[in-house]
Each structure stands twice: as structure tokens, then as C-alpha cells.
Design a protein around this ligand. Structure first.
Ligand code: ZN
Ligand code: ZN
Length: 272
């Protein structure tokens, strides 16, 4: 048992920059917090541009890609922690048009894939919270997981972001219903070789749980689905948020290792 006050933590592989228009702080400040909290490495994964105009309020434009890479590379200066370059792409029907050409040409270490919309409903956006009052919650989860299946089938992405995001405001399913819906999709993910992240931002939301839940994580572990850890930081003080708790959650689910990413290749390394 490590009794140091600063126990070793896994890398933080999910964070944003001001280019997405809803984050704050400099990449230098993100790195500074990571250093103070003892994180071994960081990967920035800002929201990927989408020239179709999809959700343009929450992402950089394609013209800003060089500025994004410069912001990240400015911190790759040989000092610790090591900084890597990633992106968070959105899956939606039609995303193939741009992403199939764009993503393979980028010098990225990691590509997260996330679902933030069901049709034109940004179901995790507090501005559209009211919509939850008029929907069948289990039906929403079904639609969400069918989109996640679409995400997996594109093969564009390395890891799935905030896997059970529809619970953000507390719209959870009973364990029995969740198992019924989630097991087929987890089987599908296991076959694909993709992984899922433990995203600690859920602990900052109404649901007060990490994504995914302990239940889903143990079902993922049984299937050998690999994990990474991400704070989904949109501000410097969120970097590495609740990583001790996330590490414990992973271990309790049965995990012994997580992935380290370089040039989109994941390697299993033992958990700290
Ligand atoms: Zn964001
Ligand atoms: Zn996201």
C-alpha cells in the first residue's frame, strides 16, 4: 500500500482548451496543475472541428487547427509532465463525410469518440434539460447506445468518451435494465478492440458518479475492454480531478492496467 500523500496517478487523457469556446485557462496552467497533482502525463483532446456546422458553438473551426496544435506543442518543452496531442471527435450520423478524411491525416496521439446528440437534441446540455421531462428514459438510452454502436463501427476513434453520458442529470436506469441494454454494446466494443475512458467529470455533475458506473465498468472489465482516465477538464483546476477515486473505482471493477497512448497506439501499463 502506498502511503505517500502524493500517490502515483494515471495519465489524464481528456481535456480542453479555450478554442472550444466553453473552457478557460492556458495550456501552461493545465500543465502546472498536472505537475502539482503528480500526474505523469497529459493529453489534450479538444472538441474536433466539424465543417458541416454541427454544434459549431462548442468547437474550434477547421482554420483553428494549427493554433490548437501550437497551443499543445508549446507545452512539449521537455519538462514534466509529458504532453500529448489528441482530439475528441463527435459521432453523429453523417460525421463520416469529414472525419474519414480528416482524422487519419492528423499527427494525433489519441482520438476520443463521443456522442453528445440524439438527433438534434443535445441531451447533456443544461439548456435542453426540459426535454427530459417529455421523453421515455429507457428509450433515450436505447437510442444513445445505438449511436454508440455507430461510433464503434466507424473505426475512427480509439476510446469512447463518457460512456454513459445520458445519466448526467440523474436519468439512470435500474441495474437490470442497464445490463440488458449495455451488454450487447459492450460485447461489440470488446470485439472492436476499442476502449472506454473513466471520465471523472460525472462527479462534478448532478449524478455524482464517474462515467461509466461501477456496474458498467465491471462488465467492461469482464470482457477485457481497456480503459484510460480523463478529467474532461475545461479549466485548469479540473485537471486530474478525483483521480485517486477513479483509480480505486477501476481496481474495484477488476482492472489491473490502463492504456498509454502514443501515435494512436495503446499499450497496457499496470495501474499505479
Ligand atoms: Zn466541452
Ligand atoms: Zn464530451
Amino acid at each position: 500500500m502506498n502511503t505517500h500523500h502524493n500517490a502515483a496517478l494515471p495519465p489524464d487523457y481528456h481535456m480542453h482548451t479555450t478554442l472550444c469556446k466553453h473552457a478557460e485557462g492556458t495550456t501552461q496552467e493545465f500543465k502546472q496543475v498536472a505537475r502539482e497533482r503528480g500526474l505523469p502525463e497529459l493529453c489534450f483532446t479538444d472538441h474536433c472541428p466539424e465543417p458541416s456546422g454541427y454544434d459549431s458553438k462548442h468547437r474550434m473551426s477547421i482554420d483553428e487547427i494549427p493554433a490548437y496544435y501550437d497551443l499543445v506543442k508549446s507545452q512539449q518543452d521537455g519538462t514534466k509532465p509529458d504532453i500529448f496531442l489528441g482530439i475528441e471527435g463527435d459521432y453523429f450520423p453523417g460525421c463520416q463525410k469529414f472525419l474519414s478524411n480528416f482524422l487519419p491525416r492528423q499527427p494525433l496521439d489519441l482520438v476520443l469518440g463521443s456522442v453528445h446528440y440524439i438527433k438534434d437534441w443535445g441531451f447533456d446540455n443544461p439548456d435542453y434539460l426540459k426535454m427530459w421531462e417529455s421523453v421515455d428514459v429507457k428509450g433515450v438510452w436505447k437510442e444513445y447506445f445505438s449511436l454508440v454502436k455507430g461510433l464503434v463501427d466507424t473505426r475512427f476513434f480509439d476510446m469512447i468518451g463518457h460512456f454513459d453520458l445520458p445519466k448526467k442529470f440523474g436519468h439512470k436506469l435500474r441495474d437490470k435494465d442497464m445490463k440488458e441494454l449495455v451488454q450487447p454494446i459492450l460485447d461489440h466494443i470488446a470485439k472492436s478492440g476499442m476502449g472506454i475512458e473513466i471520465n471523472t467529470s460525472g462527479w462534478r455533475r448532478k449524478v455524482e458518479e464517474a462515467y461509466p458506473s461501477a456496474l458498467i465498468l465491471s462488465l467492461a472489465c469482464e470482457r477485457g475492454i481497456p480503459i484510460t482516465f480523463g478529467s474532461d477538464a475545461h479549466a485548469p483546476n479540473e485537471v486530474g480531478h478525483e483521480f485517486e477515486k477513479a483509480l480505486l473505482l477501476a481496481k474495484e471493477a477488476g482492472y489491473k492496467d490502463s492504456l498509454r497512448f502514443r501515435k494512436r497506439q495503446g499499450t497496457r501499463v499496470p495501474l499505479p
